[in-house]
Design a protein around this ligand. Structure first.
Ligand code: IVH
Length: 694
């Protein structure tokens, strides 16, 4: 059964809690993937989380927030590279996984454009290269800036490194436009990847998990000489914006780019039926293993540029394109044991230790088992032969147990009811699939994970305090709780072996560490809240809390009063977007604990917490207005009208009430128009509406 079906049974409250968990997980995975070039789950698992989130949001649209991963692309660029704003945002793609979903995609395009039955929709199919996307900006036909995608709006400046890639033209011919942004995928060939890893191994250097990580790791080098020594390539697949005279459709954009000296993937073809698309998909799937570069699917793009323009975007992805993903790669191996890992919020996660096996060119020895229900559902026992699956990543998943291979010696795994790190009781709350350690800060696993979270990039962002160092300092007792970070310099002065005298450290790195710690003594309130690592309080919710309460004193005060569920403060808390009773429980629970209040007090003594500055809202005449469309519209389809209105900040509703600001009435408008007139709501014609928003 698919995840989305099961969702229909969730109450809004449970859906909200699940939503928060999904958002947090997806963000963490995005970060591991985009910033650290070190994904922690398989692509297939990641896609599943995203699909579940989308299904949840389509059932409960009230859960959609601006910060949801469905509304954003990637993650903010890291601090090591200069930032670059993309002239046209770099977007992500929606996915389809079956013929049926592909038909749905084409159906949506047709409906949106209001196409008649017989009119064909031509789609350009091209391989989806598994590398990292790059934007190349040319001014006066010279390459001036190359950037990663980053969060879609802003990426990292990797110009110097991209200059070393031979496939990237540094200059365009005279007939190219004055300003042009070319989009493409930087990748490493499989054969080069294997050679590189061999050389890395001999030099006792970092081994890359797969060609994509190797490419990403090579491009995001601070030293371009290293990048130059790495065999990188680029396929161009699009442009940010191009005047019509250069290309009449998507197919010609590709041809034009080829003419200007860019490398284009093979197997780029036009199709106008699902049948032909599926045939092409099968063909490419068969060819996949023989290609010297990794592809993880096929991208379909509506060929007509005027249609692309009309179709526009749904927050993070274009409506005119989608990716038809290939199934993940699989292999059979044996489970030697199951370990339990403890995360920051005390969540126990089972990990299968596998007999090492090569899957798609990568040696795999761990697989996630997600949670105890999953072990139960799949019937996994220690000693079992299992099918594992990875899709280009490090931690694969167990798909299925091969029961026919059982010998009778397999052992049932008894899920622990105590935390393996601190022996506290681990309990499952009603409706939670996850068992959690109740040890809180006395649990070393949680304490260390919380410290890691505290210093992580979206929180205090303390450079020089990486995971390994946090673990080491914790074990030594140098940093036990967050405030210890800020007295580390003082403590260090009286240590027998100060940090600078330790292996891997020196005067300079010690100084840099204390500098970066001291720099963070001024911290934005929203980051501070996020850093506390309160369960379900992600970055977006932290921002909302910061915006609502303004200061830590106010927040603490409000939390104290809100403990009374009858109070106005509690109602105010629930009125915050994204905060439902479950989130409120976690938040109030945090502030009610004496040891957490101590942590806050210690931190306040070290820090200057700055009030949160809310970003400006977009300017449009219809921001925050509620609009109802009714009757037959002439110049746009209903979905098109809705999408446009929403992109301008308006809310589109299906029914007229006193709260409606505008009713846009097309031909043959009936009861809604009448109701609007009765209620005295402003009624506009379609052209008046278009004029208003133009
Ligand atoms: S088009 C607005 N075409 O896939 C259209 N993307 O999941 C956005 N990718 O960030 C992308 N091959 O890095 C496009 N032929 C192709 C691609 C491709 C690989 C990557 C690209 C993008 C990601 C989206």
């Amino acid at each position: 059964m698919s995840q989305s079906k099961a969702l229909f049974d969730l109450s809004l409250e449970d859906a909200r809690a699940r939503h928060a968990v999904l958002v947090k997980d997806i963000r963490a995975h995005d970060k591991a993937y985009y910033q650290k070039d070190a994904p922690e789950v398989s692509d297939a698992d990641y896609d599943k989380l995203r699909q579940e989130l989308e299904a949840l949001e389509s059932q409960y649209p009230e859960l959609i927030t601006a910060g949801s991963p469905t509304q954003t692309v990637g993650v903010k660029p890291s601090q090591s590279f200069k930032k670059v704003k993309h002239a046209v945002p770099m977007l992500s793609l929606s996915n389809v996984f079956s013929e049926e979903e592909l038909e749905d995609f084409i159906g949506r395009v047709r409906r949106f454009l209001g196409l008649s039955e017989g009119e064909p929709v031509e789609l350009l199919a091209e391989p989806k290269i598994d590398g990292l996307s790059c934007s190349l900006r040319y001014e006066d036909r010279k390459l001036v800036v190359a950037a990663t995608r980053g969060d879609g709006a802003e990426g990292e400046d990797i110009t110097e490194n991209v200059m070393t890639i031979k496939d990237v033209p540094k200059e365009l011919p005279k007939d190219a436009p004055d300003v042009l942004e070319v989009r493409g995928e930087i990748y490493m060939r499989r054969s080069d990847f294997e050679r590189l890893n061999k050389a890395q191994e001999e030099a006792s250097e970092h081994i890359f998990a797969n060609p994509r990580n190797a490419a990403a790791g090579s491009v995001r080098q601070l030293d371009s000489l290293i990048t130059k020594s790495r065999p990188l390539h680029l396929f161009a697949y699009g442009v940010g914006h191009i005047p019509v005279k250069y290309a009449k459709d998507q197919f010609h954009i590709i041809q034009t780019l080829k003419g200007w000296g860019f490398k284009i993937a093979e197997q780029v073809e036009l199709f106008d039926s699902t049948k032909a698309l599926i045939k092409n998909y099968q063909l490419l799937l068969e060819k996949r293993a023989d290609l010297d570069y990794e592809i993880d699917g096929i991208v379909y793009k509506v060929n007509r540029l005027d249609w692309q323009e009309r179709l526009g975007f749904v927050s993070r992805a274009p409506r005119w394109a989608t990716a038809h993903k290939f199934p993940a790669e699989q292999a059979v191996t044996v489970i030697n044991g199951i370990d339990i890992q403890v995360g920051r919020t005390g969540a126990l996660t089972p990990v299968a230790r596998l007999e090492p096996i090569t899957v798609g060119g990568v040696v795999v020895s761990n697989a996630t088992l997600h949670n105890e229900d999953e072990i139960e559902r799949k019937g996994v026992r220690i000693g079992d032969h299992v099918v594992i699956q990875r899709a280009g990543d490090v931690i694969p998943q167990v798909v299925q147990v091969l029961e026919e291979k059982r010998t009778g010696k397999e052992k049932v795994f008894v899920y622990p009811e105590r935390c393996p790190a601190c022996d506290s009781l681990a309990i499952r709350e009603d409706g939670d699939v996850v068992r959690r350690c109740t040890g809180g800060l006395i649990c070393p696993a949680q304490a260390v994970e919380r410290l890691k979270h505290f210093v992580s990039r979206l929180a205090f962002d303390i450079e020089g305090l990486g995971s390994k160092i946090v673990e080491q300092f914790y074990e030594e007792g140098l940093i036990k709780s967050p405030a210890d970070i800020f007295i580390l310099e003082e403590k260090n002065a009286s240590l027998d072996t100060p940090i600078r005298e330790r292996e891997g450290w020196g005067e300079l790195s010690e100084k840099n560490l204390f500098d970066s710690i001291n720099e963070r003594r001024n911290i934005a309130f929203n980051r501070f809240i996020y850093a506390l690592g309160i369960r379900q309080i992600g970055e977006a919710t932290a921002k909302r809390l910061a915006a609502t309460y303004g200061s830590l004193d106010k927040l603490k005060e409000a939390m104290e009063v809100a403990h009374d569920r009858e109070s106005e403060s509690y109602a105010d808390l629930l009125a915050i977007e994204d905060v439902g009773p479950a989130v409120a429980d976690d938040l109030l629970g945090f502030f009610a604990e004496a040891h957490n209040r101590d942590v806050l007090k210690d931190l306040e003594a070290q820090l200057n917490i700055e009030p949160y500055e809310a970003p400006q809202v977009a300017d449009s005449p219809v921001v925050g207005k509620t609009v109802v469309f009714t009757g037959t519209l002439e110049k746009m389809t209903r979905p098109e009208a809705k999408a446009k209105a929403e992109s301008l900040g308006a809310k589109v509703s299906g029914s007229v009430s006193k709260k409606t600001d505008y009713v846009v009435a097309g031909g043959d408008a009936g009861s809604k128009l009448k109701k609007a007139q009765e209620l005295g709501v402003l009624v506009l014609t379609e052209s008046q509406w278009l004029e208003l928003i133009s």
